[in-house]
Every structure is written in structure tokens, then in C-alpha cells.
Design a protein around this ligand. Structure first.
Ligand code: NAD
Length: 356
């Protein structure tokens, strides 16, 4: 297959970790006889410095015309005081909107080799954690009408949380399809005992569940989910939820693994175009030192192959290569344990590429 990939390395450690993911993609192309064509676009602070905007119109067009987009991270202290209209994160929201990325997939996997990095007890995580949160990304309270006004001499702020049936149906379908590709268990998270949006969410999910009788479907309230993720995370496989609940729960879930450098994510549109990125930020404290952990970005590239290009075998290969490198005791500084071999960012990329 021939695929066009737009690379958005961004700021801080972004260029280093994206470089390692490209190394791995190149090895996959060689092994499976694919051709990956890359175009690199500036995004975030580096684009502000060069062009005065966090992404140019040409850059955005190159994201839209690609088969897929791989992002490092944006931002850093240098740009913290930029006006809100040109802040680095503005580019990310812009790309999500322009590409229609409504579904965010965040797998949380605790590699058994890294179990001691989890803040939870061995008795809770000993069985491993392997769950995936499907978060609605373009609706709900983050995009609803908002205002702050003076009422009876004091300020009153209001944020509205709208959800329409088609938005719920669309994300629900992604979740059911994802569950079909995993262990066919899906929990839908809502607050249907209080919120109208959640009652519509639940009703719509139930309708959809009739189309997927093979999927074992359950409803769970968001407050209980927050508790269960700490008490017994291995009970979950795929979780689906609305934008704000997903924002909070996915950060909670990623922390169960204790290693932010390991976690990938995917943001998907209704077609095959997606944007793939590690969940961490630009880590300005270690930028340019070649010590960042590139595994989250490499696993994001694996998700790109699986979800945008339908290359499951290739994605499996990358995931097992990363697993095998960890089993052999190689670690970047952030996940270093006693008795393991400490390697640089570029060495980790080389090791994973060499296992493919
Ligand atoms: P961060 O994730 O960049 O860093 C938090 C801590 O984790 C730091 O100590 C960092 O060194 C470490 N870390 C992160 N990724 C690592 C990796 N791959 N390997 C080893 N260690 C790693 O979060 P922050 O410090 O709150 O934010 C820094 C900047 O990144 C800010 O400007 C923030 O706005 C931006 N940010 C961007 C994104 C994004 O681009 N999607 C996401 C979050 C934060």
C-alpha cells in the first residue's frame, strides 16, 4: 500500500519521539512492502515563531489531504503568554475540528513488566490492565453555548451541555465496532440519574446495542466508574462516554499505569483519516536531551496502521516488538527499574525497529 502521512512533530520532545516512530514505520514499510510518504508540518510554538500562527492554512491543508496524521506534542513555557487566539493548543483544536475528529480512543495498558510503576497495589493490578476508553470529542459542554452575566448584582456563569441523537449514535457505533475487535465487552458511562443528556445517551446506546447482540453491554454511572477504575480496573475492556466525563476518566485511567511516556491515542473521523499522538505533552524539562520515552508515539503509529490503514498484522508486530524490548529489560529513564538497562530515546527506537 502507498500512504501519505503528515508529521506534526511540534515542540519540546516532539521532534525526537516522532523521529523514532518514523524509524519504526520505515522498517514496517520495508518488511511488508508498503510505501509511506511523509510531509512534515510545523505546529504549535515552532510555527508561532516562524509564521506568527500555531498552524498555517497550508499546514492545515496538508493534514486534510493526508491519509493520516502523526503528532508529537505542542507548547512550552516560551509560548505560555501568547494571546489566546494564537496559543499552541489552538492548533490542536483547529486540526480536530477541520478533520472532523469526533472519536478519541485511549488505550490504557499496564505492561506486566512495568507493574511496579503503577501507584496501585500488586493485588489490584497483578492481573494486568488492558482497557480502552472511547471518548466523544466534539460535542457536549466543551462546545455548547456559554456565558457569564451579572444577575442580581453578582456574576453567574453558565455552560450548556447539548448532545444530539446523531452525535451519540456516531460515537456509539465506533465503540461497538471497537468492542467487536477486542473482547466484545462494552460499558457505557453516563449520569442518567441526573442529566437529560445522559438519559438520551443511554436510550440511544440501548437502541444501538440491539444491532450488536454479540457485545455484552452494560450501563455504569460516571461516579461509580471513577471508583471502579481504582478498585478493580481489570473488570473493564471498552468504555464509551461523552466529552467531559471522558476527559477526566481517561486521565485517571492513564495514571493507573504510572508511566505517561508509554500511552498512545487516536482521534478518528467518520472516514479513515485520523490523528495519532502520545497522551503526554512536550516535556520541555527534557527536550533536546535524547532521553524521552518514544514508546507512546511508536504505539500511536501502530494505532494509525490499525485504525486508518487497516494494517492489523503490522500493528501487532510493532506492539509485540515493544513488548519484547521491555521484557529484555531495556528502559528509558522515566520507566527505569533496578536491574534494567537504561537506554536513550534513539536507542529505544533502534531496539524496537530491530525486533520487527
Ligand atoms: P508533560 O506531559 O509534557 O510532562 C509531564 C512530566 O512527564 C515531565 O516531567 C516530563 O519530563 C515527563 N514526560 C512526559 N512525556 C515523557 C516522555 N515521553 N518520556 C519521558 N518523560 C516524559 O506535561 P506538562 O509538563 O504539564 O506540559 C508541558 C507542555 O506540554 C505544556 O506547554 C503543555 O501545555 C503541553 N501539553 C501538550 C499536549 C499535547 O500536545 N497534546 C498535552 C499536554 C500538555
Amino acid at each position: 500500500m502507498n500512504k501519505k502521512i503528515t508529521l506534526l512533530p511540534g515542540d519540546g520532545i516532539g521532534p525526537e519521539i516522532v523521529g523514532e516512530a518514523v524509524k519504526v514505520l520505515d522498517r514496517i514499510a520495508e518488511k511488508f512492502l508498503h510505501k509511506f510518504e511523509y510531509t512534515t508540518v510545523d505546529i504549535g510554538g515552532c510555527s508561532i515563531d516562524k509564521y506568527g500562527v500555531p498552524i498555517t492554512d497550508e499546514g492545515m491543508a496538508l493534514c486534510k489531504s493526508a491519509d493520516s496524521v502523526l503528532l508529537g506534542a505542542v507548547g512550552g513555557p516560551k509560548w505560555d503568554n501568547c494571546p489566546p487566539s494564537i496559543r499552541p493548543e489552538k492548533a490542536l483544536l483547529g486540526v480536530r475540528k477541520e478533520l472532523g475528529l469526533f472519536a478519541n480512543l485511549r488505550p490504557t495498558k499496564l505492561f506486566p513488566q512495568l507493574a511496579s510503576a503503577s501507584p496501585l497495589k500488586e493485588s489490584v493490578v497483578g492481573g494486568g490492565i488492558d482497557l480502552l476508553i472511547v471518548r466523544e470529542l466534539t460535542g457536549g459542554v466543551y462546545f455548547g453555548p456559554r456565558r457569564t452575566e451579572e444577575v442580581n448584582g453578582e456574576l453567574v456563569a453558565t455552560d450548556v451541555m447539548p448532545y444530539s441523537e446523531h452525535e451519540i449514535m456516531r460515537i456509539g457505533r465506533v465503540a461497538f465496532e471497537t468492542a467487536m475487535k477486542r473482547s466484545r465487552r462494552l460499558a457505557s458511562v453516563d449520569k442518567a440519574n441526573v442529566l437529560d443528556t445522559s438519559r438520551l445517551w443511554r436510550k440511544t446506546m440501548h437502541r444501538l446495542s440491539e444491532e450488536y447482540p454479540e457485545v455484552e453491554y452494560t450501563d455504569i454511572l460516571v461516579d461509580n466508574t471513577a471508583m471502579q477504575l481504582i478498585k478493580n480496573p481489570s473488570q473493564f475492556d471498552v468504555l464509551v462516554t461523552e466529552n467531559m466525563f471522558g476527559d477526566i476518566l481517561s486521565d485517571e485511567a492513564s495514571m493507573l499505569t504510572g508511566s505517561i511516556g508509554m500511552m498512545p491515542s487516536a482521534s478518528l473521523s467518520s472516514g479513515t483519516l485520523g490523528m495519532y499522538e502520545p497522551i503526554h505533552g512536550s516535556a520541555p524539562d527534557i527536550a533536546g536531551m535524547n532521553i524521552a520515552n518514544p514508546i507512546g508515539t511508536i504505539l500511536s503509529a501502530a494505532m494509525m496502521l490499525r485504525y486508518s490503514f487497516g494494517m492489523s498484522r503490522e500493528a501487532d508486530c510493532i506492539e509485540s516488538a515493544a513488548d519484547s524490548v521491555l521484557s529484555d529489560g531495556y528502559r528509558t529513564g522515566d520507566i527505569m527499574q533496578e536491574g534494567c538497562k537504561k537506554v536513550l530515546c534513539s536507542e529505544m527506537g533502534d531496539l524496537i525497529a530491530a525486533r520487527l
